[in-house]
Design a protein around this ligand. Structure first.
Ligand SMILES: [Fe+2]
Length: 261
């Protein structure tokens, strides 16, 4: 007789190690540092450091095109893992922004409530600090309510899941999953590109497209709003430095083909 076990409520976190990322990363780093020199940081989850406007995918540079291809690949794989192979047909929309952390900067715990998937790509992880082994480490928090108060053999609940940044590593996770970044204390900048993504099935794209609705600091976007969102000019990519921008901004969209592999 066996005890049948079901892993209920699993949380899938995807990691992709982009092959031979050196040239792409070199070019992405140059782009990001040049943009950092142009305007001051937008305030988001970052404490210290620099946060770009959320229009990074609008750039036409070859390195950004390469990054978009890997991002699309990872998001498609994530959809296949959660919805089934070829189960989804529609449009995938994404926005991305660059971050630069220097010593002392970190990202406070947060989630991305306006999206389906979020993630980060590491252009340059900076350097390790032997005295601060968690410097710059990405940490996901156990989302199950109350687990931190439970003691059980093997301590299976409440432990964080940590990812150490590596150049060329792309991480994708459900947007509702809370996460944060330990204070970075290495030498040189820690450079990353973060992203939000959502998807609209074909049928929903044909639905009426009401206006985006402000909802606190973010923008609430229902499934039927997404075709408006992906073409929205409500938030100008050329927003002025320091201008506070809502989060529901999806300047980049691709159609998912039914037989993509
Ligand atoms: Fe985040």
């Amino acid at each position: 007789m066996e005890l049948e076990l079901t892993p209920a409520f699993p949380t899938l976190i995807g990691q992709l190690w982009v092959p031979d990322p050196e040239v792409m990363n070199r070019d992405l780093q140059a782009l990001i540092l040049a943009e950092e020199a142009e305007y001051s940081s937008l305030g988001r989850s970052n404490v210290g450091g620099w946060h770009s406007r959320p229009d990074f995918l609008n750039k036409t540079d070859p390195a950004v095109s390469s990054f978009k291809a890997w991002l699309t690949w990872a998001l498609r794989r994530m959809i296949h893992a959660t919805a089934g192979e070829n189960a989804f047909q529609g449009t995938l929309s994404a926005s991305a922004w660059a971050t630069v952390c220097r010593a002392g900067a970190y990202h406070a715990p947060h989630s991305h409530p306006d999206s389906a998937w979020s993630g980060v790509y590491y252009v340059n992880p900076g350097s390790d600090n032997r005295e601060q082994p968690l410097s710059g480490v990405l940490e996901f928090l156990d989302p199950r309510a109350g687990v931190e108060a439970v003691t059980a053999p093997g301590d299976p609940y409440g432990e964080p899941f940590r990812v150490r940044p590596q150049a060329g590593l792309l991480v994708v996770f459900p947007s509702w999953l809370h996460h944060w970044v330990h204070p970075y204390s290495g030498q040189g900048p820690r450079i990353a590109i973060s992203f939000n993504a959502t998807a609209a099935p074909v049928a929903e794209l044909k639905a009426p497209t009401p206006e985006l609705r402000p909802n606190g600091s973010a923008v609430a976007v229902s499934a039927s709003d997404l075709s408006a969102a992906r073409h929205s000019n409500a938030i100008s990519p050329s927003a002025r430095p320091g201008e506070k921008l809502p989060c529901g901004f999806f300047p980049y969209a691709v159609d998912l083909q039914p037989h993509w592999h």
